[in-house]
Design a protein around this ligand. Structure first.
Ligand code: SF4
Length: 112
């Protein structure tokens, strides 16, 4: 038996993850979000550099940075996981504001 399964025990989350196929979208769908519609916690500059934006299309685990077939760029902070990856990758280039959501706002992780 895998060591992680032994440590976690039968029915634990490590056991569940190792014995079943993990669908990231299903896990993300279990989160709850309280979106502050009046105060975006992430804002981009007016005309983000496409090359910088393309980095965020690849790095954001929630898929919030998007580019359609016509090259149009879009971003919606509503499903943000607050991981900070976009801030680290492009904080000095196209992100005008990055802050934690206000109290009681943002993502609430759920594990099953
Ligand atoms: S903090 Fe993480 S989840 Fe939120 S927009 Fe940036 S990369 Fe995406």
């Amino acid at each position: 038996m895998n060591k992680a399964v032994e440590q976690d025990g039968p029915g634990g989350i490590a056991s569940d993850l190792l014995q079943n196929t993990v669908n990231v979208d299903e896990y993300l769908a279990q989160n709850r979000y309280s979106v502050d519609e009046e105060n975006a916690h992430i804002e981009l500059v007016a005309n983000p550099d496409p090359a910088e934006f393309a980095k965020l299309v690849r790095v954001c685990p929630a898929g919030l940075y998007r580019q359609d077939a016509d090259g149009n760029l879009s971003f919606d902070y509503a499903g943000c996981l607050e991981c900070g990856s976009c801030r680290i990758v492009c904080g000095d280039t196209i992100i005008a504001k990055w802050s934690n959501p206000g109290p009681t706002m943002g993502v609430e992780y759920r594990y099953g």
